[in-house]
Design a protein around this ligand. Structure first.
Ligand code: SAH
Ligand code: SF4
Ligand code: F3S
Length: 471
């Protein structure tokens, strides 16, 4: 059974929240406006979901939100540690904040999430950026009211990066990004320890939420107009292993599928070693589960896979993909790939390309291996040079882009049901939404259609998106 944050602790945090609200009321009386907070999120959907919780807490504490750090009284960056460039971005932002804080010393700078959860990282950051006021790790999110209050009242730097397996905290306030779609974390942490990956070190051990809690959250969301649910976990196939009364991920999917008002169910991420017949069968039998599967394979070569501690072979992976395709012929497949794992040779890399060609994914997320201190792979020496790795990376994109385009071409002429997300980020005269298979479709239409399902005829295919015509 997972550890839960106690009722008593939550009550204590609520008291801190009230005190924060009083302080912010006084701020309003003096300044004629509410204090403004700017949040930024790096990393995965788990972090996006955590930021929604952070914003929920801050809203209850009396903050308003703004889009830029220039306008903010409080800045909170929710950081990621999965690759070095994610950390570089945060250091870059801190450089910008330094200038702002020179002219506005009252600006409060907060950092949280996976990057700061790493050993000695808080010290490392404060050494360079001593103007950071608040640093809290992934396990301390629920203590935000207390931490922020300490910063404001004591005007000193506060850090809280407890090294633990992590507890589950239910019933935190939440301010969600979208009114029609919602992330629902079903579990936290990861036990897989893939040899390149920092996530298990910064997110703690796997812990599953009670199914009743998850179902209650989904029902509440539906009541508020949400129709698309994305169930989140680093490895959703392990869901329920630590629960007292048995309920695995397939069981959970069926329970969510049975909730009135839910129209689409997605989930991520599945680990190939735990993905199997039971889940495939469940996907075919649950009509609301989208025909979309994200199944990271990381590398195609069996020796590399073994050194990555992935615990499946190329052949096993391909066999599972064949089974899914047979059971759900219109399934849209996506994956994650790492190029340049330390011991990967050019010949090994051919196996990765071979998997791409055989599976024909709709979309891939590809990354150049990034050394993460403290992981087993960090001790390995490189076989290829940087330039050879980059060459392989370019080849990977070339092979995949052609496949993605071809896959999208198959959509032209089809009519798809699209859930409208809102106006397109790149063109405010267009709407943007997603098909059941998770493809982005851009089309002309009225903004009022946001949150609704509409039929769109696909007229044009690009590598990353589709264009269409509202019917
Ligand atoms: N739990 C998920 C996602 C983990 S992080 C899963 O197992 O699939 C998302 C992706 O980042 C991983 O799938 C992997 O492709 C990539 N990644 C993780 N560590 C990395 C590293 N050190 N260097 C480069 N890419 C990495
Ligand atoms: Fe990282 Fe592997 Fe866990 Fe995914 S399954 S989070 S890649 S350790
Ligand atoms: Fe990054 Fe943490 Fe997610 S390291 S990828 S934000 S779990």
């Amino acid at each position: 059974m997972a550890n839960y944050v106690s009722e008593e602790e939550l009550k204590k945090q609520n008291e801190f929240l009230k005190r924060l609200r009083n302080i912010n009321e006084d701020f309003y009386k003096i300044n004629g406006r509410r204090p403004k907070c700017n949040t930024e999120t790096y990393g995965c959907q788990q972090n996006e979901n955590d930021t929604e919780r952070i914003r929920g807490i801050l809203k209850e504490a009396g903050y308003e939100f703004c889009d830029t750090c220039e306008d903010a009284d409080l800045v909170i960056y929710n950081t990621c540690a999965v690759r070095e460039n994610a950390e570089d971005k945060v250091f870059g932002r801190l450089g910008i904040l330094r200038h702002i804080k020179e002219t506005r010393p009252e600006l409060i700078i907060g950092l949280c999430g996976c990057m700061v959860q790493q050993e000695n990282m808080a010290e490392k950051i404060l050494k360079v950026h001593n103007n950071v006021d608040l640093i809290f790790g992934t396990h301390a999110l629920f203590r935000l009211p207390e931490l922020l209050l300490n910063v404001i009242e004591k005007r000193k730097t506060v850090t809280d990066v407890e090294n633990s397996d992590g507890s589950i905290c239910e019933d935190l306030p939440i301010l969600r990004e979208s009114d029609s779609k919602a992330w629902v974390s079903i579990m936290y942490g990861c036990n897989n320890f893939c040899s390149y990956c920092i996530v298990p070190y910064v997110r703690g051990r796997e812990r599953s939420r009670e199914p009743e809690r998850i179902l209650a959250e989904v029902k509440e969301l539906v009541k508020n107009g949400v129709t698309e649910i994305c169930l989140l976990g680093q490895n959703v196939n392990s869901y329920g292993k630590d629960l007292e009364s048995p309920c695995d991920f397939s069981d959970l999917l069926r329970l969510v599928n049975a909730i009135d008002g839910v129209k689409r169910i997605r989930f991520m991420t599945s680990h190939p070693k735990d993905f199997g017949d039971k889940l495939i069968k469940t996907m075919t039998e649950c009509e609301k589960v989208c025909h979309q599967l994200h199944l990271p394979f990381q590398a195609g070569n069996n020796r590399v896979l073994s050194e990555m501690n992935r615990r499946y072979t190329k052949e096993e992976y391909l066999e599972k993909i064949e089974k899914v395709k047979k059971a759900i012929p219109d399934i849209a497949l996506s994956t994650d790939v790492i190029v340049g794992f330390p011991t990967e040779t050019n010949e090994d890399f051919e196996d990765t390309l071979d998997v791409l060609r055989k599976v024909e994914f709709d979309m891939i997320f590809s990354f150049i291996y990034s050394r993460r201190e403290g992981t087993p792979a960090a001790k390995l020496g490189f076989v290829l040079t940087d330039s050879e790795i980059h060459k392989n990376f370019d080849r990977l994109l070339e092979v995949q882009n052609a496949i993605s385009k071809r896959k999208n071409d198959e959509y032209v002429g089809k009519i798809c049901s699209v859930l409208v997300d809102g106006t397109s980020k790149n063109n405010e005269n267009m709407l943007s939404g997603r098909t059941d298979s998770g493809k982005t479709v851009n089309f002309k239409g009225d903004k009022n259609l946001t949150g609704k399902y509409v039929d769109v005829e696909i007229t044009e295919a690009h590598t990353w998106s589709l264009n269409g015509k509202l019917i």
